[in-house]
Ligand binder design. Sequence first.
Ligand SMILES: [Zn+2]
Ligand SMILES: [Zn+2]
Length: 136
Amino acid sequence: MSILSGNCLCNKVSYSCNAEPSAIFNCHCKDCRKATGSVFGTNLFFSENNVEINGKLSSFKHISDSGSTMTKLFCPCCGSLMFGKNSSKKNVISIRAGTVDQINKIKPTINIFMDSKVPSTIIDKKLKQINRMPKT
Ligand SMILES: [Zn+2]
Ligand SMILES: [Zn+2]
């Protein structure tokens, strides 16, 4: 049963998830800013086997400052960034919150990489804050 679904701007890539996200982060790191074109990225994390993806994706790999290989997956047609993978987190996929249909389910609990946030970005003081990456 699909709990969560989403698609890219042109609708050639879509997905459905049959579980709730294990975590939702707002990430203010420079990589997320550049990749999303926005002042921060919001990611929902899932076990990869709970997410079914339809459509073809393009990918881009880069190395994070902790040395992990990060893979960005995006629609080759419209360029919407959809998913991310981190070589140090096996079987985990992140979904970019802007692609999610069920917008009421997007409830971040933490702001990470606060040390690189854009100064004008307003932060919900009720949420946890951490300067870099949480240790998991
Ligand atoms: Zn698309
Ligand atoms: Zn980030």
